[in-house]
Structure formats: structure tokens, C-alpha cells
Ligand binder design. Structure first.
Ligand SMILES: [Zn+2]
Ligand SMILES: [Zn+2]
Length: 133
């Protein structure tokens, strides 16, 4: 799931991850809202549910789509380039895993995905220890 705020009324929405980059209508005001693609991965501290929060929620509380508990969203500088790199690594990984490939290709795709994951985790840690925290 992806948590983000309606740009019309500010209601916090959660939509399935497959809608990233598309549109969904706000349950509160009915407005069609673009679903963000710059996401920060979170794990709910209460129930362990994994979900993503929009970058605009960084430093705020996101509502867990599973149990409704608040989860703190760390501050992350997540650039367009990072987002594109992660999407590419995920797409390539999915492609490699869905068709039989030589083991070196699988390993390369897995390590590319891991590199992007590590980069994001580093940024999250840096954000959590930022000067304004
Ligand atoms: Zn709304
Ligand atoms: Zn939860």
C-alpha cells in the first residue's frame, strides 16, 4: 500500500502500490488525486505491515493501512534520479525472475536492486539523524 495526502482536502489516503504514477479518487472529497512515485518504505511498529509513504509525509505520521496505528515517516532526500533508478532495478529484476536466465544475469539484477535498497536505507538513516531532528 502507498500512503499519501489528498492535494485537495489533506485527507490521508492509502492505495495499492500498483497505482503508483496513476490516479485515485479521494474517499473524503472525491477529487482525482495523482498517486506519488517517490516513496519511503515503512514497517508498522504495531502490526509489522509493510507499506510506503509519500515523500511529502516525511517527518510526519503515516497511518498504517493494516491496523490504523501511526508510523513515523523518516525524512529522506529522495531524488527523481533515485526513484528512476529503483524503478529500473525493480523492473529489470522482475523481468529476469520471470524468464529463465543465466545465473550471472540473475545475480546482477539482484545486486542492482540491493544497491538501490542500500542507498535508500542510508538516506533514511541520514534523514533520521539530520540536524533538525
Ligand atoms: Zn480529498
Ligand atoms: Zn499496523
Amino acid at each position: 500500500m502507498i500512503n499519501f495526502r489528498c492535494c485537495g482536502c489533506g485527507e490521508q489516503m492509502s492505495v495499492p502500490r500498483c497505482l503508483a504514477g496513476g490516479n485515485d479518487s479521494c474517499p473524503a472529497c472525491g477529487r482525482s488525486v495523482p498517486v506519488p512515485t517517490k516513496l519511503i518504505p515503512l514497517t508498522c511498529p504495531a502490526c509489522g505491515e509493510r507499506f510506503d509513504a509519500d515523500k511529502s509525509l516525511a517527518g510526519e505520521q503515516a497511518r498504517c493501512p493494516g491496523c490504523g496505528s501511526p508510523a513515523k515517516v523518516p525524512k529522506v532526500e529522495w531524488t527523481d534520479q533515485d526513484a528512476a533508478g529503483l524503478r529500473e532495478a525493480q523492473a529489470n529484476h522482475a523481468k529476469v525472475m520471470s524468464t529463465p536466465q543465466d545465473p550471472p544475469d540473475v545475480l546482477a539484477a539482484e545486486s542492482a536492486l540491493k544497491t538501490m535498497g542500500d542507498l535508500l536505507r542510508k538516506k533514511i538513516l541520514a534523514g533520521e539523524m539530520g540536524p533538525d531532528e
